[in-house]
Design a protein around this ligand. Sequence first.
Ligand code: ZN
Length: 176
Amino acid sequence: MALLNLHLLGSPVLRQQSAEVTAFNDELRQFIDDLFETMDTARGAGLAANQVGVARRVAVVDADGHRFAMVNPVIRLREGSVRGEEGCLSIPEMYADVTRAERIVVEAYDRDGQPWSLELSGYAARAVQHEIDHLDGVLYIDHLSPLKRGLLVARYRKDNRGEGHIKVLKPAAAGG
Ligand code: ZN
């Protein structure tokens, strides 16, 4: 397995529409393993392929006890509406309230190309919506008012002045 580099706000790949996966092969499975390892090391609740510079419809989630990879995911049902705080590994240290569907049904394929469907609510539903947005080139800050988004981006840029758009993760300390 390998740690992948995180792409941060400003990297063009975060705004790309990702391509459907057509081949379920060892290369895809390796990529999914790497996404899990990178998400865990960065302590995220989810990670989409765009965030490691790959515009393909693959993401991993680990939220509220739900841990899975989703390939070519689609949300089939959205119910209710709830506000809650979100952050993003591609916009470190920043958080804002975002309104999302409260309950969803998501359909996707697993690493072997088997279709599955899952009904989720709460934080796991939020994480899935956030990750699928990534695959469409959408960031959570796009759901904020222009004023709030402008303030958040300005603060992020100020705090990260001179930093590039790529973050190299260090392996987690053994046993830590
Ligand atoms: Zn994100």
